[in-house]
Design a binder for this molecule. Structure first.
Ligand code: T1G
Length: 693
């Protein structure tokens, strides 16, 4: 039963039991209705307390039910909340852990609320592209006031219950054992005999009209691609201006509209995708994880330093090894500078900075890594360097230590073969800056043991990373796809576009940064080195020569003051470059391609479908286990617009039939060979199926 019923000293206690976070699915909603009725029918019961246990009162509606029939099966959440609100016996919510979304709305329908000061309180629905759909937009403003409620609902950000102690939301905020406090409170409530209802409260505000007008303008400016935030403002405005039941109707209509928007479906896809990424088909909960208490990092450069910070932030000590003292000192100084910059912005206290710095053990000796449970190397991207490192690690690391490579392009199986313990080796591909970027590609070698993979996936969550498992191939998931995206960007220049047009078009589609601005930021010489390698390994993979011509001019990007764009000292603005544009136009002539006007739509289709087609190969080869993993890589690591759900989800929303048809059109053009469709894409398109089916 998803709700346990018991009576203690005349108080009915309803305990939600729907792990992991008491999602308010159909069986839980039914359990609440039946248990409430049982308490109302039981003459010895004087009051009713609802609790969810220590981890969560409730994380809200059971989002696993969305887009299923159950979500609208009675009793829907509004029915349950109304039943509590009409209860003739006092009802008290005992809140620990969290009360989010529908969980908070349920508590708002009760007469009283007692909360642990640390409990997370919020209405995060807007992050899923919807709005609170069970009275939250009507009751929360009545409980915490107009301004606080609007900020909580439009941002979707939870706050600790203690921060709301000065509002009417909680009748009691306690340091611990909220249930015990709630039981005592229930006795008092029963004796008092009053049954306060949030719906009857007035909304506290100073100048509602002015505030709502300002809020509407600010929200519209900040949420151009998202319909939900403005709908939140509409519903809250109804709470201020209309009777309660009218406001509920405004909220209901907005919810029904938003749940079916492409943006909400994309946001929910991303939310589930991120959690599904940590589910690995052949690794169940029964696979043990290894204990990780000490980390070793080899290389104190940009990547090694950033990787180190992730573990320091999670309170894990790191032995940081370099080959030369000055490199080690420089690396430590950079870590300190990063923390001190955060402290200047108020994100860290000076004491936290020192505590984290105190967790670093700098060393020049491999012997100091002997006790490490996990060692990550971030050394130079060359096999012979990796071989030297892993040979030494194999000699000194304790049995059972996990050995990880931060390589972004080399073969993890080949690296594992440098050791006698390939089962303990895998890739952990961090993205620069490693202490900031959420994405972590965890590269599973052929011989990587299951418990090694399970351990690193669990550790990834502890350090706040979005981890996605990749198989071994050149570029894993993200970089392998971005290479095809970059090829199309170059061909578009050959055929008639200019860098600023390509960037503007894809940024309008929603990418954080177009390919040419990205190249200038990351360094155009990185791609140059890869193309030189490709010329030997894959001579039939053609590229536009413009990128090489650019590098031959020494225009590596911001780091050389000039790249695809011109830059001014101290100014990171990318100014279109007459020299580069002339070079591009001249190159078209040199290769005999007649330049033509290219539409933004073609630019977007060619860049995005290049990702999709390579993603289909990656899926077919089993490098990625599921399409949503590929989407998560692009949402978390490559600035793909989250309201479009990732390349594979976006292709599904366009329709694979249409994607394939467009690719076939482009296959007739310049360098059309690049548009050879992946067999899986053809197969799905012809079957009328989707990647994310
Ligand atoms: N329903 C069902 N399962 C949920 C869930 C939910 N609401 N929230 C999380 N989970 C699962 C999640 O999939 C994962 O499962 C596990 O819990 C741990 O999650 C009418 C309609 C609650 C802060 O948007 O923000 O109410 O992978 O890894 O870091 O107005 O999950 O272990 O099998 O994230 O501790 C509103 C969304 C719903 C909350 C916990 N509620 N969840 O974070 O663990 S809409 C939300 C979160 C709604 C009403 C509307 C977080 C968390 P598994 P986790 P965590």
């Amino acid at each position: 039963m998803s709700v346990k019923y018991e009576v203690r000293d005349g108080i009915a206690i309803l305990t939600l039991q729907n792990p992991p976070v008491n999602g308010l699915g159909l069986s839980t909603r039914r359990g609440l209705m039946e248990s409430l009725q049982q308490g109302l029918d039981d003459a010895q019961v004087k009051a009713i307390v609802v609790t969810g246990g220590a981890r969560a009162f409730s994380g809200g509606a059971d989002i696993r039910e969305f887009n299923t029939a159950d979500v609208s099966r009675e009793p829907i959440l509004n029915t349950v909340i109304t039943a509590f609100e009409r209860s003739k016996k006092p009802t008290v919510a005992a809140i620990e852990g969290m009360a989010l979304g529908g969980g908070l709305e349920l508590a708002l329908g009760m007469n009283y609320r007692v909360a642990d000061q640390r409990a997370l309180i919020g209405l995060p629905e807007v992050k899923l592209g919807i709005l609170p759909g069970a009275g939250g937009t009507q009751r929360l403003p009545r409980a915490v006031g107009l301004e606080v409620a609007l900020n909580m609902i439009v941002s979707g950000e939870p706050v600790a219950a203690g921060k709301l102690d000065d509002t009417k939301l909680f009748d009691l905020v306690v340091e611990k054992d909220a249930l015990h406090a709630a039981l005592l409170f229930a006795h008092e409530a029963a004796a008092a005999g009053t049954l306060p209802k949030v719906r009857d409260w007035k909304i506290k505000h100073t100048n509602a009209e002015g505030f709502l007008g300002f809020a509407r303008t600010a929200v519209a400016a900040a949420s151009a691609n998202y319909p939900a935030p403005l709908k939140c403002v509409d519903a809250i405005e109804a709470a201020v201006k209309q009777p309660f039941d009218n406001g509920i109707e405004v909220e209901r209509q907005a919810f029904a509209l938003l749940i079916n928007t492409p943006e909400s479906k994309a946001l929910r896809h991303g939310f589930f995708g991120e959690r599904a990424a940590s589910k690995i088909a052949d690794i169940g909960a029964d696979v043990p994880v290894r204990e990780i208490n000490r980390i070793g990092v080899i290389g104190a450069g940009t990547m090694g330093g950033g990787i180190t910070m992730n573990f320091l932030n999670a309170g894990l000590p790191v032995t940081l090894l370099e080959t030369k003292q000055e490199a080690l000192d420089r690396g430590i100084a950079t870590i300190r500078k990063n923390y001190e910059n955060s402290a200047k912005k108020g994100k860290l206290t000076a004491e936290q900075v020192e505590r984290r710095m105190g967790l670093i053990t700098p060393t020049l000796s491999y012997d100091d890594l002997k006790q490490a449970d996990l060692i990550i190397e971030a050394v130079f991207e060359e096999y012979k360097v990796k071989q030297a490192v892993f040979t030494q690690l194999d000699a000194i690391a304790k049995p059972g230590a996990i050995l990880a490579s931060n390589t972004s392009t080399l073969d993890v199986d080949r690296i594992a073969a440098f050791t006698k313990r390939p089962q303990d080796v895998l890739g952990t591909h961090f993205f620069s800056p490693a202490n900031v970027m959420k994405l972590l590609e965890v590269v599973r070698g052929k011989q990587t043991a299951k418990d090694v993979l399970a351990t690193v996936m669990q550790l990834s969550k502890k350090i706040g990373k979005t981890a996605v498992v990749s198989g071994v191939c050149d570029g894993f998931i993200g970089n392998r796809m971005i290479e095809q995206y970059g090829r199309q960007a170059g061909f578009l220049l050959d055929e008639g576009a200019l860098p600023q047009q390509v960037d503007r078009a894809i940024e309008k589609f929603g990418f954080a940064m177009g390919p040419f601005r990205m190249g200038d930021l990351a360094g155009n010489d990185i791609g140059w080195a890869i193309r030189k390698r490709r010329a030997i390994e894959k001579p039939d993979m053609k590229y536009s020569k413009t990128a090489d011509l650019l590098c031959e001019l020494g225009r590596y990007g911001q780091k050389t003051g000039a790249g695809w764009y011109d830059y001014k000292p101290g100014d990171r603005t990318a100014y279109p470059s007459q020299q580069v544009n002339e070079m591009v136009v001249q190159h078209s002539k040199d290769i005999g391609v007649k330049r033509r006007d290219i539409s933004d739509e073609e630019i977007v289709e060619r860049l995005v479908y290049a990702l999709v087609n390579e993603g289909a190969h990656i899926l077919q080869e089993g490098i990625a286990a599921k399409a949503s993993d590929i989407d998560v890589v692009y949402l978390a690591g490559y600035g793909f617009p989250i309201w479009r759900g990732g390349p594979m989800f976006y292709a599904d929303s366009v329709g694979l039939y249409n994607v394939l048809a467009a690719m076939r059109r482009y296959a007739k053009g310049h360098e059309g060979k690049a548009w050879e469709p992946a067999p899986l894409l053809v197969q799905l398109a012809e079957a009328g199926k989707s990647f994310n089916d």
